[in-house]
Design a protein around this ligand. Structure first.
Ligand SMILES: [Zn+2]
Length: 116
């Protein structure tokens, strides 16, 4: 085999190795994505079980689950309070003259008398 043939052979083999490596990476990525998809399914099912459990046993949770059930209840209460706060903020009006706050249905500012 001449020098040129050897070079061509080396380059061809290197190309083949790169191709094999790319295929290997593609296969690995595919498998990793499949694993991630299955993990997502498991997570969704766990979540479903949790939702069903809380829905069913919110008021009488097994001591094993009481801490989590109570944390969820506390967070739900906080969310409800925050949402009520948001609603209050919406019906709030600010006087263009003095900047005092008032309810949305106010016609005059209680501080400076400005019509609002
Ligand atoms: Zn005012």
């Amino acid at each position: 085999m001449g020098f040129f043939d050897t070079v061509v052979d080396t380059v061809t083999n290197a190309g083949r190795e790169v191709g094999d490596k790319a295929k290997e990476i593609a296969e690995t990525t595919k498998i990793k994505n499949e694993i991630a998809a299955e993990k997502r399914k498991i997570k969704e099912e766990y979540e479903k079980i949790g939702r069903l459990y809380v829905k069913e046993f919110k008021d009488r949770p097994n001591p094993l689950f009481a801490e989590s059930v109570n944390k969820i209840a506390a967070s739900e209460k906080l969310i409800a309070d925050k949402e009520a706060e948001l609603d209050d903020a919406k019906v709030f009006k600010v006087c263009p003259n003095c900047g005092a706050g008032m309810s949305a249905d106010s016609k005059y500012c209680s501080k400076c008398g400005q019509e609002v």
